[in-house]
Design a protein around this ligand. Structure first.
Ligand code: SF4
Length: 215
């Protein structure tokens, strides 16, 4: 069932409706709140756009908003976000200094009874949403980016990127920023074996701590 919260009387934004290169991040965010360039807006509560300092040195890119993010309208506020907060604190990184966003800006789910279970955005939905991530990258212009999960990593490094083989290494992007990939915190939440989970969490913290090094 669709629960719509879209922004009042403003016109919807279709593909190609991203404000021009001179538009501010605030203008881009306002346009993204009305986006209808793929079907995901219709069953979600609201667009979950990126948040953080407009010219943050470091950016984290996740995959898609989850149930809590959809309801609250902010990125990384659900269980995975809480685990990320703990890991950032252990890595010595102040979350408030980061710009946090997702590759896809609307929650996608399938219903099981009344529960909304995460569903992965299709390649077409990821491609449709790419304009918003590009608009954020062009305005924030981070020096360093950490991709959380394979969807985010493949958005920056290409579809052939293999996360578990290539994680944790800085790569230079066109334009000079550096990016590395690690797992998404929701992956850690899905690990059932306590030892495996502790080991995976420690590696996650170690990879995030690369942001504690001088840029
Ligand atoms: S998921 Fe992205 S492209 Fe699709 S409607 Fe939402 S903001 Fe627009």
């Amino acid at each position: 069932m669709a629960r719509l919260h879209h922004s009042g009387t403003s016109a919807p934004v279709a593909a190609g409706g991203v404000p021009g290169a001179r538009a501010s991040l605030a203008s881009v965010r306002a346009a993204a709140l009305r986006c209808r360039a793929c079907p995901l807006w219709a069953s979600a509560t609201q667009t979950v756009f990126g948040e953080g300092p407009e010219h943050a040195r470091d950016m984290l890119i996740g995959e898609q908003p989850g149930d809590s993010e959809d309801l609250q309208g902010h990125p990384f506020v659900g269980p995975a976000g809480q685990l990320l907060d703990r890991a950032l604190a252990e890595a010595g990184i102040d979350r408030s200094t980061l710009y946090l966003t997702n590759t896809v800006k609307h929650f996608k789910y399938r219903l099981r009874g009344k529960r909304r279970l995460h569903a992965r955005a299709s390649a077409a939905e990821q491609a449709a949403c790419r304009v918003w991530l590009d608009a954020e990258l062009a305005r924030v212009r981070p020096q360093r980016i950490v991709c959380l999960g394979s969807m985010a990593a493949q958005a920056l490094f290409g579809r052939s990127f293999r996360l578990l083989l290539e994680r944790g290494r800085w790569r230079e992007l066109p334009g000079g920023a550096r990016a590395l990939a690690t797992v998404h915190p929701s992956y850690l939440l899905r690990l059932r074996d306590p030892d495996e989970r502790a080991e995976a969490y420690a590696l996650f913290v170690a990879e995030l701590s690369r942001l504690a090094e001088p840029a």
